[in-house]
Design a protein around this ligand. Structure first.
Ligand code: C2E
Ligand code: MG
Ligand code: MG
Length: 654
C-alpha cells in the first residue's frame, strides 16, 4: 500500500519542464523516469491516462517557434493543461492542504474543483487511516521520499464507494506535491470477480480447495503467532458414503444437485455453530464428494465433535432432488490441535487418515484423530516397507521354547519363534510383522529362512549332544507358504542340506489354514506327512475345532490354544484367584480323549502355573509349553536344558 518506484511524475514535468530530467536519488527514492510512461507497465490504464497530454506538450515545446515556446513557459498553458487533464490531479502544499485541483478530481470526488482548495488532501483520499501509508505520505510531503503510490477505498458523496489509485509526487521547486488520483474501481471489481471464480466451486458455490488452503495457511500463521485467540485449530474432513454410486446410477447432473444440496446443509450447520461462537466455520468443497469445515480459534475436541455430530444429523433427512428422494450419509475425520507446530499439510494428512478410519470403522460416523493409532499405522508402514530388505540383511533371529513331556518333564522338542531385531524399533515380536509379511508375500522368503535356520539349529543340538535323545523342532508355517511356494520341495531340500531327520521336524499350521483344504494344501500336507514330517494344528480351539474332520487330514498333533487352557482352568466368581471350573475341565478332558482315540497327541500352550500343569497332566495332556517351563530363549539356553535331566519349572524366566 505504500509508495512504489513505478510510475511517472507527469505533473512535475507539466508545470515545470525545466526539472523534467531531475533525478531524486536520496534513498529510498528511485529515479523518476524522464518519459511519463517509462516506469509504468505497458498497456496499463495509468500509463495511458498520463501519456496523452504530456506527449502533446513535449511535441509542442520542441516544434513550436520561439515566441510560442515562451508563451507556453509563461505557465498559462500549463495551467490550462492541468485543468483539462483527464487524470484527476491536485497540487498540495507541504501542510497537506490542496492549493489547486483540476476538474477531473472535482468530478471524481463529487465536489467542484474550487471547493477542494484548502481542504486536507489526506482526508480527501484517505491517506491517514493506515499508519504505513500516512508515514510514507509524510515522507513525500517532507521531500524525503520520491513518491507514494497506494490504492484506497473512498466514499463518493452520492453514497457509492470507489477504489482509487493515489500517487503523490513532490514538486520540489514549488514546495508542494502533486496528487493524482485514478479511478480503478472497474479493474478492482473485475479482479475480485475473477478471484471469486478462481476460488469457488461452480457446483456448490462453496470456497474451493485453493481458497480453503489459503485460509488454512493464513489461520495457522495467525493462530500460532497471535496471542488473542485460543491458538488452536480444528477441522472436520467429510466424505459422502457411496456418492460414486449416485453418480454412476443416476448421472452426474443428479450427483451435482446432491452435492449442492449437501453444501447447503453444511453451510447451515456452520452458521448454527457460528451463532454461539465468534466466527463461523469455513465450509469448502475440496473436490469430488469431499468437504471440509474449518474451525479457527477452536476451543477443544468437544467443539469439533459437536460440529461433526450436527453435520451427521443434518444429513440424515433424505434429499428431495426435483421429486427424487435420495439418502446419503457421510464419514468424517475430526482433527483438533494446537496451531503452533502444525502445518497445513500435516493437518490434512491427519484428517485424511482419520477419515479413512471413520470409513474403515463402518462409515456414517465421525472419528477423532488418535495419535497412537496413527503411530501404529506409521510403524506398520515403516515395517512393511523394510521387511524384504531386512530378510536379506538377516535382521531376524529365532528363539526356541521347550515343548515338555507332561509325564516326566523332559524336553521333547522346541518351537522356533521368530523375532525381528529392527535397527530402529528394537526387538519386535512376530505379532507385529507376520501379518504384514503375509500381506505382502515376503512371508515365503522369511518362512524359508526360519525353516532352514531352525533345522540347522536342531541338527546342531543333535550333533553337540550325541548322548541325549534328539529333540524335534516345531516351525510355524503361514498359509501363504503352502499356496505361494513349493513347501514340500523347500522342506525336502532343507532336510537334505542340514541332515536333520524328517521325524525331528514338526510344522505348525492353524486350523483355518488346513480346514476345508483340498487340492494343493491337502496334497502338500500329505506329501510332507509321507516324508515323515509331523503336522501340528496350532492354536486349536480358536477356530472350527472340527476334530472329526481334522482326523482325516494327515495331522498328528493338536496344540491347544492358550486361551482355552486358561479358560478351562479357573473361573473367577469374585474376581479373586478362582477355583477350577469342572465343566470346562470336563470338556477339555473329553477333547483330549477324543484326540487320542483319533491318533493325535495334544500339546497345551501357555502353561503358566504348576496347578495348570497338574490338571493338564491329570486329564491326559501329552506335552506342555509355556512360561512354567521356559520362555522362548536363545539356542544356547536350550543346549543347557538338554544336559539337565528334566526342565525345572521356571527355567529361562527373565
Ligand atoms: P504361536 O505359534 O501360538 O506361539 C506361541 C506364542 O505364545 C509365542 O508368542 C510364545 O512366546 C507365547 N507363549 C509361550 N508360552 C506362553 C505362556 O506361558 N504365556 C503366554 N501368555 N504366552 C506364551 P510369540 O513368540 O509372540 O509368537 C506369536 C505368534 O507368532 C506365534 O504364535 C505364531 O503364530 C507366530 N509366529 C512366530 N514365529 C513364527 C514364524 O516363524 N513363522 C510364522 N508364520 N509365524 C510365526
Ligand atoms: Mg506356533
Ligand atoms: Mg499357538
Amino acid at each position: 500500500m505504500s509508495g512504489t518506484s513505478e510510475g511517472p511524475a507527469p505533473a512535475a514535468d507539466l508545470i515545470r519542464p525545466a526539472v523534467t530530467e531531475r533525478h531524486i536519488d536520496t534513498s529510498p527514492r528511485t529515479p523518476m523516469p524522464s518519459h511519463p510512461t517509462a516506469g509504468a507497465p505497458p498497456g496499463t490504464a495509468t500509463a495511458e491516462t498520463r501519456s496523452e497530454p504530456e506527449e502533446t506538450l513535449h511535441e509542442a515545446v520542441a516544434d513550436a517557434p520561439l515566441d510560442a515556446v515562451s508563451a507556453l513557459r509563461s505557465g498559462r498553458t500549463f495551467g490550462a493543461a492541468f485543468a483539462a487533464a483527464p487524470l484527476a490531479m491536485a497540487v498540495v502544499d507541504r501542510e497537506d492542504l490542496v492549493v489547486i485541483a483540476n476538474d477531473t478530481l472535482g468530478l471524481l470526488l463529487g465536489t467542484g474543483s474550487d471547493a477542494l482548495v484548502g481542504r486536507t488532501a489526506s482526508d480527501l483520499v484517505d491517506l491517514a487511516s493506515d499508519p504505513r501509508t500516512w508515514h510514507a505520505y509524510r515522507e513525500v510531503l517532507g521531500d524525503r521520499q520520491a513518491r507514494l503510490r497506494c490504492t484506497r477505498r473512498i466514499k463518493h458523496p452520492d453514497g457509492y464507494s470507489l477504489w482509487v489509485q493515489v500517487t503523490v509526487t513532490p514538486l520540489p521547486q514549488e514546495e508542494a506535491v502533486l496528487l493524482s488520483v485514478a479511478d480503478v474501481s472497474a479493474r478492482r471489481e473485475l479482479q475480485a470477480r475473477l478471484r471469486h471464480l478462481q476460488m469457488h466451486d461452480p457446483v456448490t458455490r462453496l470456497p474451493n480447495r485453493t481458497l480453503f488452503f489459503e485460509r488454512l495457511t493464513a489461520a495457522l500463521e495467525a493462530e500460532a503467532y497471535e496471542e488473542s485467540g485460543t491458538g488452536r485449530i480444528g477441522l472436520c474432513y467429510l466424505d459422502l458414503d457411496g456418492f460414486k454410486a449416485v453418480n454412476d446410477t443416476l448421472g452426474h447432473r443428479v450427483g451435482d444437485r446432491l452435492l449442492a444440496a449437501v453444501a447447503e446443509r453444511l453451510t447451515r450447520c456452520a452458521e448454527q455453530a457460528g451463532h454461539a461462537r465468534a466466527a463461523t466455520p469455513l465450509v469448502a468443497r475440496l473436490g469430488g464428494d469431499e468437504f471440509a469445515l474449518l474451525v479457527e480459534d477452536s476451543t477443544g475436541t468437544e467443539q469439533l465433535a459437536d460440529l461433526a455430530e450436527s453435520v451427521l444429523r443434518a444429513l440424515e433427512a433424505p434429499f428431495d432432488l426435483s421429486g427424487r428422494r435420495l439418502s446419503v450419509s457421510a464419514s468424517i475425520g475430526v482433527v483438533e490441535r494446537h496451531a503452533a507446530g502444525t502445518t497445513a499439510t500435516g493437518l490434512m494428512q491427519a484428517a485424511d487418515t482419520t477419515l479413512y478410519w471413520a470409513k474403515a470403522d463402518g462409515k456414517s460416523r465421525w472419528t477423532l484423530f488418535d495419535p497412537e493409532r496413527n503411530a501404529h499405522r506409521m510403524t506398520r508402514q515403516a515395517l512393511s516397507s523394510t521387511l524384504r530388505p531386512a530378510i536379506d540383511r538377516e535382521e531376524f533371529v529365532l528363539e526356541y521354547q521347550p515343548l515338555v513331556s507332561m509325564e516326566d518333564g523332559g524336553v521333547r522338542g522346541v518351537e522356533a519363534l521368530v523375532r525381528w531385531n529392527h535397527p530402529q524399533f528394537g526387538m519386535l515380536t512376530p505379532n507385529r510383522f507376520i501379518g504384514l509379511a503375509e500381506e505382502d508375500g515376503s512371508i515365503v522368503q522369511l518362512g524359508r529362512w526360519v525353516l532352514a535356520t531352525a533345522c540347522r539349529q536342531a541338527r546342531r543340538w543333535q550333533l553337540d549332544h550325541p548322548d541325549t535323545k534328539p529333540i524335534f523342532v516345531s516351525v510355524n508355517v503361514a498359509v501363504r507358504q503352502v499356496w505361494d511356494s513349493d513347501l514340500v520341495e523347500d522342506v525336502a531340500h532343507i532336510l537334505a542340506e542340514t541332515g536333520l531327520a524328517p521325524h525331528l521336524l514338526q510344522l505348525e499350521l492353524t486350523e483355518s489354514a488346513v480346514m476345508g483344504s483340498a487340492g494343493r494344501p491337502l496334497q502338500t500336507l500329505q506329501a510332507l506327512s509321507d516324508m515323515g514330517v509331523r503336522i501340528a494344528i496350532d492354536d486349536f480351539g480358536t477356530g472350527y475345532s472340527n476334530l472329526a474332520y481334522l482326523s482325516r487330514l494327515p495331522v498328528s498333533v493338536l496344540k491347544l490354544d492358550g486361551s482355552f487352557v486358561r479358560g478351562f482352568q479357573y473361573e473367577n466368581p469374585d474376581g479373586a484367584d478362582g477355583h477350577p471350573n469342572p465343566a470346562d475341565e470336563v470338556i477339555v478332558e473329553a477333547l483330549i480323549q477324543l484326540a487320542h482315540r483319533l491318533g493325535l497327541t495334544v500339546t497345551a500352550e501357555c502353561v503358566e502355573t504348576s496347578a495348570q500343569a497338574g490338571r493338564l497332566r491329570g486329564i491326559g495332556c501329552d506335552t506342555g509349553q509355556g512360561w512354567l517351563y521356559s520362555r522362548p530363549v536363545a539356542p544356547d539356553r536350550i543346549a543347557e536344558l538338554l544336559t539337565a535331566p528334566a526342565v525345572q519349572a521356571g527355567a529361562g524366566k527373565p
